[in-house]
Design a protein around this ligand. Structure first.
Ligand code: FPP
Length: 260
């Protein structure tokens, strides 16, 4: 995608009109997870290659990171590449890899200035050297930042993450560092890639599909879920604020009855 094409994409992004009120901080989620779905359909509807959908999706991502930062969301987790995505056509996988690296190389200074802390959820071993090094640099550069925590799930699978945590705990029991009766929710949470983060309060999946697709299975146990019909490239700040209002209106009971 050329720089001119990126300029056009930015120009075409709908500007916010008649903005909705933003819910007060205490009614906003601490941790939002996004399944950025619908890039391919967005492109196909415009007779464009799927890679153009991913490029347009990157522009939406820029806007939503900025919005989450301004709205004082503590943690934002995004599903950028699942363990299952390796099964896509090789051209699409390569295009996604290139986009992800380009994004980190071109955006890292701005993210760092904003105080964003980048963490990768998933195993980077399978990534080509160029991608791996860009991602590792981004994590290292921002590791002491105190602003928005941006978790990027890459080569990530929720079940694999739980198995990995179970193995780590078994190893600690085997070595005598802990005993089986010390295994509790916190012990497992501390072995997840998201250790130290609050559980997901709100999961937003765009494009209308209604499933979790193996994303943050442990962390979403009591998350509120919104299935937004917009394709990810059309998702913007106004759509996020609408979803935050929906979240603020929900009655989160965590299995209890409502206390009046
Ligand atoms: C799902 O849409 C989207 C993905 C598999 C990739 C998400 C990636 C981005 C938004 C781009 C860049 C990411 C970073 C971190 C810079 P889909 O292709 O499954 O859409 P479809 O369901 O309509 O086919």
């Amino acid at each position: 995608m050329t720089n001119d094409a990126i300029k056009i994409l930015r120009f075409l992004r709908k500007k916010e009109k008649g903005a909705m009120e933003i819910p007060p901080l205490e009614k906003r989620p601490r941790h939002i997870a996004f399944i950025m779905d619908g890039n391919g359909r967005w492109a196909q509807r415009r007779s464009l290659p799927r890679s153009a959908g991913h490029a347009a999706g990157t522009e939406a991502l820029r806007e939503i990171i900025k919005a989450c930062d301004e709205l004082k969301i503590e943690v934002m987790s995004i599903y950028a590449f699942s363990t299952e995505n390796w099964n896509r056509p090789i051209e699409e996988v390569n295009a996604l890899m290139k986009l992800i690296t380009k994004y980190f190389v071109s955006e890292i200074d701005e993210l760092h200035e904003k105080g964003v802390r980048i963490k990768i959820l998933g195993e980077l071993e399978r990534f080509p050297e160029e991608q791996k090094s860009a991602l590792e640099k981004a994590m290292a550069k921002t590791r002491f930042n105190k602003g928005l925590k941006l978790n990027i799930a890459l080569n990530y699978g929720g079940r694999a993450e739980i198995v990995r945590a179970a193995k780590a705990i078994s190893e600690k029991c085997r070595s005598g560092e802990m005993t089986p009766d010390q295994i509790d929710y916190d012990a497992l949470s501390n072995e997840m890639y998201t250790a130290g983060d609050p559980d997901v309060d709100l999961l937003i999946r765009t494009s209308g599909d209604m499933r979790l697709s193996n994303f943050l299975l442990w962390q979403t146990w009591y998350a509120e879920i919104i299935f937004n019909p917009l394709c990810w490239p059309d998702y913007n700040r106004a759509a996020l604020i609408k979803d935050l209002n929906e979240y603020a209106s929900r009655d989160r009971r965590f299995g209890r009855v409502k206390v009046k």
